[in-house]
Design a protein around this ligand. Structure first.
Ligand code: GDD
Ligand code: MN
Length: 392
């Protein structure tokens, strides 16, 4: 059987040759698969592609795909398609080319495929997995919020590390997924592919890995990736959850109520600030009534209407601070960035907080015995052999 490691690269001049050498050292340890390596380089200006081309002279199992830079997801879609259709892979691995992923873990991922898993995640967030100890609070927050959004907004709650970029996937599963139809360009690809895999009935396994910070070069994750990531997670949810669609429609109607009440009050001669505050409250009340009567109508009620109303108001206030906080944060780290873009980005996490707090707190479900407890995904997680990390 053949396993193809797809390595996307953009400006990895200082990493690529040492990584190829390290992977070569690993080859004899991998029993069930013959390894081939496919570098997908997006015409890196630093000459990464040329280095790989030279290395091909001495590594017959090294392949190179050159393309234009469209993003990590676009590179993976091209690379995985090539690995399946041209190289006839039986398993495909995703791996970063910056040594964040330990080449010695390749063997552990592949052994799980050999034992029948379809989608093996090198996970930072299962017991035993780690993120770099020196990560700042901000990096940690960024990573855990990303995973929170993926797990809860996209509904992939059974997987701990939804954004991981170190994964082995069986070709049998990949052949059931229409890769070309995936509309993700950037890092959102990781969540989308995981979601598609789950829909296709994949047996998903997470094994612990240590994620190390790169020492050479820099991360390519940008604000465009973050925006696509959130919109993509919301889109995944939308396709599978009518409650969320209703909630979003109510939110839109709230915008209309807000603007109508605001203009009406102004024309009655109200003070601007008072009119704005009253219009906001009017939209909150309107949203509450619609969510209470329509979106969450089927939820059994354990609390009185006024209590729910107060909770709804409190949640609105919290999402307002999240939206404002995000805006302030983005303005601080990118002072030259477009304020409108930052305001727009702020709406997304606010919407997430708003939806989840209302869904799990204001209108929370009262558990009944017959209630379906399975989430939208059918992943299984069990201890396949050899999932322990190598001792250092
Ligand atoms: N061909 C190509 N095109 N490669 C790219 C592109 C691109 O547009 N963008 C990034 N890469 C390559 C990098 O050269 C590197 O080999 C790998 O993809 C990962 O990119 P990084 O920029 O180092 O990603 P990161 O460290 O910020 O993110 C990692 O962690 C995320 C989760 O926290 C990756 O593993 C992500 O996949 C993961 O989602
Ligand atoms: Mn990296």
């Amino acid at each position: 059987m053949k396993a193809v490691i797809v390595l996307p690269t953009y400006n990895e001049r200082d990493n690529i040759l040492p990584l190829l050498a390290a992977l070569r050292t690993e080859e004899p340890n991998i029993r069930d698969f013959r390894l081939e390596i496919l570098v997908v380089d997006d015409s890196s200006p630093d000459g990464t592609g040329e280095l790989v081309r030279d290395a091909q002279q001495t590594m017959p199992n090294l392949h190179l795909l050159i393309g234009q830079k469209k993003g990590l997801g676009a590179a993976y879609i091209r690379g995985i398609t090539h690995a399946l259709d041209i190289l006839k892979a039986d398993a495909v691995l995703e791996m970063d080319a910056d040594f964040s992923h330990d080449p010695r873990d390749v063997k552990r991922l592949l052994v799980n495929i050999a034992y029948g898993a379809d989608f093996v995640i090198g996970s930072r967030y299962v017991p035993g997995g780690t993120i770099p100890g020196q990560w700042s609070l901000l990096r940690r927050l960024n990573s855990s919020v990303g995973n929170f959004v993926a797990r809860n907004l996209a509904g992939l709650t059974r997987v701990r590390d939804c954004t991981a970029g170190f994964r082995a996937i069986s070709a049998a599963l990949l052949h059931r997924i229409d890769l070309k139809s995936l509309k993700v360009q950037g890092y959102a690809f990781q969540v989308t592919l995981l979601h598609e895999a789950i829909i296709a009935g994949a047996r998903v396994v997470e094994i612990p890995v240590d994620f190390t910070d790169r020492t050479a070069g820099e991360s390519k994750l940008g604000i465009r990736d973050i925006l696509e990531f959130i919109l993509n997670a919301a889109q995944i949810r939308l396709r599978s959850n009518t409650t969320f669609i209703k909630f979003s429609l109510v939110g839109l109607s709230g915008v209309a109520v807000n603007l109508i009440v605001f203009s009406a009050l102004l024309s009655f001669g109200f003070n601007k600030l008072l009119a704005s505050a009253l219009a906001i409250e009017a939209s909150i009340i309107g949203n509450f009534i619609l969510n209470n009567q329509w979106t969450f109508k089927d939820r059994a009620r354990s609390e009185s209407l006024p209590v729910r109303g107060l909770k709804f108001n409190a949640v609105s206030l919290i999402s307002l601070s999240v939206s404002f906080g995000t805006f302030m944060f983005l303005q601080t780290i990118h002072p030259d960035g477009s304020p409108v873009l930052h305001q727009l980005v702020g709406i997304a996490p606010a919407m997430v907080v708003n939806y989840f707090m209302n869904s799990y707190w204001t209108f929370r479900r009262v558990k009944s015995v017959t209630q379906e407890t399975r989430g939208p995904m059918s992943a299984f997680q069990e201890d396949l052999t050899n999932t322990k990390k190598p001792q250092p």
